[in-house]
Design a protein around this ligand. Structure first.
Ligand SMILES: [Mg+2]
Length: 217
């Protein structure tokens, strides 16, 4: 039976936590006219739409309208596209996805809290092959748990599933949906993943055998 491997994007497949966080915080701060909390784990829903909605509510005392969310998203995208910083993969990510693609009994999918245009831009820039993968993003739901569920539905039937992520919120989403979890911490963060309950944390995705062993294959 098929084993489904669902990957987060930022910090898991693409080494973009810093670029992404900086552009996102700037877009939000510009729109709100005030600095924003950039310790993302302090938000209820740690996704692009979840954080934007909560920061907006904290500032204005009401939920953002669709056009206000669209303006934040659009500004974030243009800041991201204008970045001169290199957009790199997490070491080994592209090769690992290619390797998994060819293996019998394994299905891969993507579940990210990023908005789809941001996620696809980062994946393409980092050279991560995503053609044909089931993908669920922040466009689908503001809750990561729900995004993970949608990605699993889109990936089709499976006997076992594992979520591969880099944030404590990813550990929480995997627990809430009852799937396994493997952490990736290529820029530090192993400690906070373990504190959140992750039993296995890899330093990157270069060692295919170690990865397969971590997910129980
Ligand atoms: Mg991430």
């Amino acid at each position: 039976m098929r084993h489904l491997l669902v990957f987060d994007v930022d910090g898991t497949l693409t080494r973009t936590m810093a670029i992404d966080g900086r552009c996102y915080a700037q877009a939000l701060a510009e729109h709100l006219g005030a600095p924003v909390e950039s310790e993302w784990s302090r938000y209820r829903l740690v996704t692009d739409p979840g954080i934007a909605a909560e920061a907006f509510e904290r500032r204005h005392g009401r939920a953002p309208r669709a056009e206000e969310m669209a303006a934040i998203r659009s500004r974030f995208l243009s800041l991201l596209r204008a970045t001169e910083d290199p957009v790199r993969e997490v070491p080994g990510a592209a090769a690992l996805l290619r390797e998994l693609h060819g293996r019998a009994g394994i299905v891969t999918a993507i579940a990210t809290g990023a908005w789809s245009d941001s996620a696809l831009w980062k994946l393409r820039r980092a050279g991560i092959p995503v053609d044909g993968l089931a993908i669920a993003t922040g466009d689908d739901a503001p809750s990561r748990e729900e995004i993970l569920r949608i990605a699993m539905r889109r990936a089709g039937p499976f006997a076992r599933a594992t979520y591969v992520g880099d944030g404590p919120w990813d550990v929480q989403a995997s627990r809430a949906t009852g799937v396994g979890f493997v952490g990736v911490a290529c820029d530090g963060g192993a400690g906070r993943l373990k504190a959140a309950g992750a039993s296995t944390v890899l330093p990157d995705l270069r060692d295919v055998d170690r990865f397969l062993n971590a997910v129980g294959l």
